[in-house]
Design a protein around this ligand. Structure first.
Ligand SMILES: *[C@@H]1O[C@H](CO)[C@@H](O)[C@H](O)[C@H]1NC(C)=O
Ligand SMILES: *[C@@H]1O[C@H](CO)[C@@H](O)[C@H](O)[C@H]1NC(C)=O
Ligand SMILES: *[C@@H]1O[C@H](CO)[C@@H](O)[C@H](O)[C@H]1NC(C)=O
Ligand SMILES: *[C@@H]1O[C@H](CO)[C@@H](O)[C@H](O)[C@H]1NC(C)=O
Ligand SMILES: *[C@@H]1O[C@H](CO)[C@@H](O)[C@H](O)[C@H]1NC(C)=O
Ligand SMILES: *[C@@H]1O[C@H](CO)[C@@H](O)[C@H](O)[C@H]1NC(C)=O
Length: 221
């Protein structure tokens, strides 16, 4: 059995972090916490707002304000949410990802569970481990900021190379850390498969979103 640790395909973030907690981190600080699975369902308020069901199934983590549409003009996440699956109880953000299926030789599909990160989060109910990394001063996301990584239409390993910071690690145990591969692992992974998605750290400073939900952000060059 392969366990699916975190993320696949398209990862989406919609920000609703209460600013006060995140503003005063010292230089080089890192936040690392777990967000258990909130729900698995066909909704995607960023890429397919208002479309129920959305074309793709997602695993969603985070606050209970998650909804079929999340227009920040009318849907204020921090004041709408009342609870979260994230361990910092005031992170009402939502984080959602594609869902992995196992195809049996007889052609049937079975959804693969996620499990908590073995380094500290065994108690998590699936979901993902979230990192916030900083190299200097920290400011909160502007209300309504959103971004995605990945492309759900990609079918080939060559296409996946467009996102080198979305990669898979075939875990022997929870401590396995190597370069990872953009291709899906093709061997048995005794400790599970870890998917890592690094989001861009640069923003054009103007647009909270863009048509492809990506071009208003960039990786440092
Ligand atoms: C969630 O979406 C439904 C359908 O659009 C709407 O009726 C409901 O008010 C929304 N809930 C919140 C908390 O925004
Ligand atoms: C969000 O809501 C505002 C206020 O109702 C509306 O003017 C705007 O068009 C909505 N945006 C989207 C993307 O639906
Ligand atoms: C297909 O294979 C899976 C995995 O071995 C098994 O759980 C399932 O019952 C099988 N389905 C059918 C219709 O034989
Ligand atoms: C968490 O799970 C991993 C993998 O099963 C195990 O190696 C580790 O000892 C566990 N940690 C704790 C604190 O139980
Ligand atoms: C971190 O910030 C320092 C000072 O601004 C800079 O010299 C350094 O290159 C940065 N490191 C990274 C990884 O961005
Ligand atoms: C298995 O994956 C490795 C690492 O991505 C790759 O180098 C190798 O070509 C793959 N083997 C096959 C048979 O696909």
């Amino acid at each position: 059995m392969h366990y699916w640790r975190a993320l696949l395909g398209t990862a989406t973030f919609t920000g609703a972090v209460n600013a006060s907690d995140w503003l005063f981190l010292p230089t080089g600080a890192m936040l690392r916490f777990s967000c258990s699975e909130l729900v698995v369902e066909r909704l995607d308020p960023v890429v397919f707002p208002g479309v129920a069901p959305s074309p793709h199934l997602h695993q969603v983590s985070g606050g209970d304000a998650f909804n079929v549409t999340m227009n920040t003009s009318v849907h204020d996440i921090p004041s709408t949410a009342t609870c979260t699956t994230c361990t910092p109880l005031d992170d009402f953000s939502n984080y959602w990802t594609a869902v992995l299926f196992f195809r049996a030789q007889n052609g049937t599909f079975k959804r693969v569970n996620t499990i908590g990160d073995g380094l500290g989060f065994n108690a998590s109910n699936g979901g993902q481990t979230v990192y916030y990394l900083t190299n200097g001063s920290v400011t909160a996301f502007a209300p309504g900021f959103r971004m995605t990584v990945g492309n759900p239409s990609f079918k080939t390993a060559a296409q996946l190379e467009e996102y080198p910071l979305l990669f898979f690690t075939c875990l022997e145990n929870p401590w396995t850390r190597n370069a990872g591969t953009t291709q899906f692992p093709n061997t048995t992974c005794a400790g599970g498969i870890m998917a890592t998605i690094r989001f861009p750290t640069c923003w054009n400073g103007v647009d909270l979103d863009s048509a492809d939900h990506q071009s208003h952000t960039a990786y440092p060059s």
